[in-house]
Ligand binder design. Sequence first.
Ligand SMILES: Nc1ncnc2c1ncn2[C@@H]1O[C@H](COP(=O)(O)OP(=O)(O)OP(=O)(O)O)[C@@H](O)[C@H]1O
Ligand SMILES: [Mg+2]
Length: 398
Amino acid sequence: MTHDYIEDELSRQSVFKSEQLLSIDYVPEKLPHRESELKVLAQSFKTLITSPGRTSQKFIIEGPVGTGKTAVTKRFADQMIQAAERRGIRLHKLHINCRVSKSAYLVYLRILKEFKPKFPRRGHSPEELLQMVVEVLDEEDRYLLLMLDELDYFIRQRGADILYDLTRLMDDRLNAPQRLSIIGIGRKVSLSEDILDSSTLSTLQRNILRFEQYSSEALYDILKERSDMAFEENTVMDETLQLICDIASDRGDARYAIELLWRAGKQADSINSRKVIPDYARKAKADTHPELRKEIFTTLPKQNSLLLLAAARQLKENRGAYITMGELEEMYQSVCEEYNEEPRAHTQVWEWVQDLNSHGLVDTKRSGVGQRGQTTLIGLSDVPAELLEHYLLELLGR
Ligand SMILES: Nc1ncnc2c1ncn2[C@@H]1O[C@H](COP(=O)(O)OP(=O)(O)OP(=O)(O)O)[C@@H](O)[C@H]1O
Ligand SMILES: [Mg+2]
């Protein structure tokens, strides 16, 4: 009789109870070690509920990778909406990832579409869109709590005009209801006189909330709670959690800690083990890197992933710190062939390199004269080439 792989797979036991609770976009109900940050936000934004329309709040949340900025902001916005609903206030929340909506036009369009889903994609200037946003909020008597996530990325690419325009928008309406409040989120949101006028700057500087890295103990509390929810009882050894916290506490990064836990669980499942032992966490550490953030990769177009794969391969082959643009393009052509994709022309590839650079995925620099002629050199930021290659292959489904 032939072996029934499907029945095999179906009867397989898993250490996970609810694996999705370890996914990147799950926001847990409770956020240990961020109570005081939630309280600061609640204090600052409560006027949106006590006297809607009176003020417009603007806040910046800053802090290193995986310190809970996105999770806390989303949880906070949910609670604000619930409190508003209980009081019959038409407060609406909208989380925009500025890596996806990469221009002011796309951000405004995203806001408008929230209220007018059929609004056409083309045919209006950003200023017109913004004006229509105000109109729709007025017409429908709504208030909007706008979360602009990954704003640092946006500002690096496009400057801070968007902040200026959005803050001005409400400041210019002294006698009309203030309908828009903003929370800008990023690792390091550069605010300076060169990019912002002094009044916007001073408003924002007064309202910066900094998230610090998590200590190993804090990571433990976070991980323990998540592991109890996501895993079957008595599957994850306490030593495994401890080890993961030690590994991740170098950066104080909860995302990395959760990813290690998930990978350790996958490792247990792959060999049909009912215990998640510390060794699986060690293995998980060898398979990934904190800079390999799924959020970035899942929003990266396939062609960009292929280009990055080419960079990783060429760097692995050369064993040097940098490769030239020419070497990269050559490898890119062969990667495209492998994936049956039409390679794009030089100017497009060049633009993508800049894009990958501002995502922090590659490093670029000009070579010194005489080295290999004047050319752009490309290196990887922090991740070993082999690991990146491995990760991309996993992602591209090979
Ligand atoms: N205090 C916490 N309690 C429980 N889970 C947390 C906590 N802080 C962060 N997490 C979890 O860790 C992961 C990373 O958090 P989050 O995405 O909010 O980080 P971030 O600061 O936005 O990072 P980045 O700068 O990379 O965007 C998420 O899965 C989140 O649910
Ligand atoms: Mg985030």
